[in-house]
Write a protein that binds this ligand. Structure first.
Ligand SMILES: NC(=O)c1ccc[n+]([C@@H]2O[C@H](COP(=O)([O-])OP(=O)(O)OC[C@H]3O[C@@H](n4cnc5c(N)ncnc54)[C@H](OP(=O)(O)O)[C@@H]3O)[C@@H](O)[C@H]2O)c1
Length: 269
């Protein structure tokens, strides 16, 4: 397991790489560079999904209390990821349940554009992200959603049988210049992007608490046998308060696969 020791100087270098497509030029063997440079310098079309969960795989209590699952270093990690992308996406369920700000507060860095998938225009317009004066908000709605007034840009996407196609959502965001994306939840939203094959990397940050019951962070379609389970190549990082699994979901992400094998061999030695 590799330990992340972030310094102000290193973080400033990573922020300066944002959107530069030069990750390899900075790969100096530092675990923080290995973790964050591929996000900072990702090519257009890059999608990171992130879940912060308990030891028993929960992201909230059954009544929906989701605050403070991640420890301080897990939160700093999430905010670094927000600062390195151009837009953060959540589903309407997360906004209704958590009323999040989706801003960068735990570290220095720019706030991403906030994107909410609200297919049927369920939000009232009174939610915090419309009123906090923060980064711009984009609502992604079906083109048959009822017209309501929001302090946000509305992106209309034609719904298919299963809702809005994540490819169409990314295309619409790309047309607005938003091409490096963090999908932050909840479970159904991450699952839709994963099942569409659009997630390059999945970060699962695990905090040392046991909730016992409650929703999980990813809600993929059920499988019969473990042989069908997704077993991504993963690097493991000690963030401090939390442990992070950095999973390469796309087979083309060979650099992560190679490095993960190297790390595993080193750990056995
Ligand atoms: N710990 C974490 O990292 C983290 C982060 C964020 C949220 N959360 C937790 O996750 C929970 C909310 O998760 P959730 O799964 O209920 O809600 P969600 O994923 O935020 O939102 C789900 C809603 O969005 C719709 N939706 C998503 N993608 C869509 C698409 N492509 N087309 C049409 N509709 C789409 C879903 O429709 P369908 O029902 O038709 O799929 C559903 O109505 C909360 O408890 C929150 O605290 C945890």
């Amino acid at each position: 397991m590799r330990k992340i020791d972030m310094t102000d100087q290193l973080w400033a270098r990573l922020l300066a790489m944002r959107g530069s497509a030069c990750a390899s030029a900075m790969d100096d063997g530092d675990p923080a560079v290995a973790l964050y440079a591929p996000i900072a310098a990702a090519p257009a079309g890059f999608v990171l999904a992130q879940v912060g969960q308990s030891l028993d795989g929960r992201v909230a209590t059954p009544s929906g209390d989701a605050r403070d699952i991640s420890g301080p270093d897990g939160i700093a990690h999430l905010h670094r990821c927000r600062a390195l992308v151009e837009a953060v996406i959540v589903g309407v369920g997360t906004v209704k349940m958590d009323d999040p700000r989706l801003s960068v507060r735990a570290v220095k860095g720019p706030n991403p554009v906030r994107v909410v998938i609200d297919c049927h225009a369920e939000l009232t317009g009174e939610e915090r992200l419309f009123r906090d004066g923060g980064a711009p908000v984009i609502l992604v709605q079906g083109d048959d959603a009822p017209a309501k007034s929001y302090k946000a840009d509305i992106l209309r996407v034609r719904p298919g049988e299963g809702g809005l196609d994540p490819h169409d959502i990314l295309d619409a965001l790309s047309a607005r210049g938003l091409t490096r994306i963090l999908v932050e939840g909840g479970a159904r939203t991450i699952a839709r992007f994963m099942e569409a094959g659009l997630v390059d990397r999945l970060h699962v940050a695990i905090a040392p608490l046991i909730i016992g019951s409650g929703p999980a962070g990813i809600a993929l379609s059920p499988i019969e046998r473990l042989s069908s389970a997704c077993r991504p190549e993963a690097r493991v990082y000690a963030l401090g308060s939390d442990i992070l699994f950095d999973c390469a979901l796309k087979p083309s992400d060979r650099s992560a696969s190679r490095e993960s094998q190297d790390v595993r061999v080193a750990d056995h030695a």
